[in-house]
Every structure is written in C-alpha cells, then in structure tokens.
Design a protein around this ligand. Sequence first.
Ligand code: SDX
Length: 428
Amino acid sequence: MSDVCKIELAGQTYELPVITGAENEKAIDISRLRQETGYITLDSGYGNTGSTESEITFIDGEKGILRYRGIAIEELAEKSDFVETSYLLIHGVLPNQQELSAFRDQLTYHSLIHEDMLRFFDGYPPKAHPMAILSSMVCSLSTYYSDSLDPNNIGQVQSIVPRILSKLRTIAAYSYKKSIGQPVIYPKNNLSYCANFLHMMFAVPSESYEVDPELEKTLNMLFILHGDHEQNCSTATVRIVGSSDANLFASISAGICALWGPKHGGANQAVIEMLETIHKGGGDVKEAMRRAKDRRDPFRLMGFGHRVYKNFDPRARVIKAACDRVLSNLGVQDPLLDLAKRIEEEALSDSYFLDKRLYPNVDFYSGILYRAMGIPTEMFTVMFALGRIPGWIAHWVEMKKNQERIGRPRQIYQGATNTSYIPIQERS
Ligand code: SDX
C-alpha cells in the first residue's frame, strides 16, 4: 500500500507524502501544501497537527502508554532517580557510572545563584505567586551568563544546561523561604539533587534537619513522572520560542509561563483548591459531578481529561498507587485523598466522563502527595516545572540540532475586508 496521500482540490489531484513514525503513527506531510495548492490547513488547538518529528518521548493516548527514550515511565519511576532520568531525556541514553557521576557533580557544584540575585526576592510582595518569581528569575539568570547565550554554540549550551537544572531548584526553594519570612537555606554539596531541594525547603538555621528518605524517594518519583510529555503546551512554547534563536534561559522562562495556566500545569494547584472547596461544602460528590457536566457552569473537574490520553494517564496510576503508601509511611491522614478517590469512582461510572473519555490525569493525585510532603499549594505548579525542566531542555536541544525553521503558523483571515480611513468628524 503506497504511503502517499491523494487529495483533490478544485478538480485537481495532488499527492502528499505520508510519514510513518517509529511506533507506526502516520502523518500527512503538508510542508509543500501551500506551495503546490495555494491552500493551508486549519486546526485550532493543533489537535490533529504535528509540529515536528521527535525521538524523546512517546505517548499512546488510547493505550495509556508513556515512554522516555523508549523506556516505560512505570519502570523509570520504580528503578531510576530524577538525575539519571534527566540525563536520559537530555542525552538520549542512560548514562554509565562515570557519566552519571559527572552529571551529578555538575548539578551539585552549580547549585548556588549569584549572591546579588538574593536582593531580587526583596522586590516581590509576600504573596507573589512563585511561578511569577521562577519565570522572571530564570530570565534574569541569563544576565549572569552573557558569554554563554549563543543558542547555536554547543559548548555554551552544554555549559548552561546543568546550571539551569540546578539553579532553578535553588530559586524555587528560596522563593518559598522568602514567602514565609524565613532565611534562605543554602544548598549542601553532600546531598543528592532531591534531598538538597528538601533541605533548602524545610531546614532552618537554628536546628539540624535530616531529610526523610521517604520524602526523597517520593520527590524523585514525582519529578521523574513530570520529566517530559512530548509536545504539550509548555514544551511546544519552549520549542517555538527557541526557534527564533532566543537563548535557553528565555525559552524556559516562556515555558514556565505556559505551564502556569490551570488548563495545564496549574491544574495541580486547582485540583487541591477544588477538593478543599468540595470538602468544606460537605463533600457532595454528586453536586460536583452535576456542575462538571453542565456546560453553562464554568466549573470543571480539574485533574480530569487530557488532549492525548483517552484512557488512564499512566502517571496518575503511579501517583495514586503511591498516595496510600507514602501517606501511611509519613503517618499522614488526608480526607482529600478519600474524596479524590470517591470523585474518581463516581466519574468513571458516569456516561458523561466515559463517553468523552475523561480520565484522571497527572494532576489529579499529585497534590495529595505534595501536601503530605509539606509543600504548600501555591508551590505545586513550581514542583511541576522543576520536574519538567529536563524535558524542556531535551526538546530545545533537539529543535536546535535539527536546525528547525522559526515557528510561524499561518491563519485564515475573517476580519473586515478592504476599508478606508474615516476622519474623526465623520464617525458616528
Ligand atoms: C496537563 O498536554 C499535555 O501533555 C499536558 C500534561 C503534561 O504533562 O504536559 O499532561 C499536563 O496539563 C494535564 C491536564 C491538566 N488540566 C486539567 O486537569 C484541567 C481540566 N481539564 C480540561 O480543561 C481539559 O480536559 C484539558 C484542557 C486537559 C484538555 O482539553 P481539550 O483536549 O481541549 O478537550 P476539550 O476542552 O475540548 O474537552 C472535550 C470535551 C468538552 O465537552 P464538549 O464541548 O465536547 O461537550 O470534554 C469536556 C469539555 O467540556 N471536558 C470536561 C473536562 N475536560 C474536558 N468536562 C468536565 N471536566 C473536565 N475536566
């Protein structure tokens, strides 16, 4: 069967090549469509449009499959840690012992930010959202590396990758400390990536702090699960900003802003706020279902639904399974977990959700774990961003390696046709 797509337009037949992916996905290559036919395609929200060919992450939304560089997310969540998975995403292969040790050392020795940057935090109001701080601080970070901003200089890019991975973790922890009026806690070189973050988040100068291994293990798992997700909104943003030859700091800053939206990474905060509201209102799950199904009601069942997954999000399965274990190991009782399980059970027996194939996504249970770990709700999306950094970097590097053209979608114009200027005295 020939891999060619034939279309007929205005009585003329055209042939377009068909691309077959490594997992047998099919695409019609329309890169010459306008040149040959004068037509463009239209696909609001890009639900049917591929922006690139990528080797980083594979998702099968119908089967609920997610693999980083071919390795199943369930296996990585169980056997790997965040630093090793970050290396896998960015470099395309699992590191050998020497490569892994060298990568860990890079992240350890690039964890401090310039001392002058501490003063930046003083300019934010106490209740400033940490995503606003993270995005602006990562862009400001670029001013300290003005000699390493050439996006087409591999050596310069490789010098800033560990800095971004390591310093954004520090900035996130510092923003938390500033928000609660505590002194920032400097990173310690004898701690692992995740243990260092927990140390910077929860240690205080006046007493010693031991990182709980259960928290460190849980954080590694959560960061791995958020590591990458192919062409999601924020990753597509990082790629398109980078396609203008903007530097990696600027591209990541834009990705953080895209992730902030409650339809995307901001959903993990919105889920907990939703569960708290339902819980405070008496836990009426039926009423929540009724509102979620009412198109006139802006209420959405946050943490449910996904553009790609029309089955269980495999990340949600892993996180849900971890909730009972981690909360019991931490000795935490959270009524919101039981409420979340009741909502899931109710939704997955309701034809509205089943017909529209709306299942729990990565954000539905993640907040339960963050809460149990002592992470405040407004920091949840920052946690998502910290996990997603290796994925954003991997895609940005891939886009540069493939020398992709600047991203510039077309449109169909539907506005006023050719009209003349009307002098103000003649206007109504
Ligand atoms: C993430 O893309 C990624 O990979 C993202 C992500 C990643 O790792 O990067 O996986 C992370 O962003 C997960 C999604 C987090 N967002 C939420 O949980 C917010 C709630 N979900 C919805 O806003 C929605 O499901 C989206 C945004 C996730 C997906 O939106 P789509 O694909 O544009 O789907 P849609 O809005 O067109 O919905 C299809 C139908 C609609 O009904 P009809 O117009 O057909 O009658 O399903 C309904 C929607 O009204 N619907 C919901 C719903 N989600 C969709 N109805 C009630 N509650 C919901 N949550």
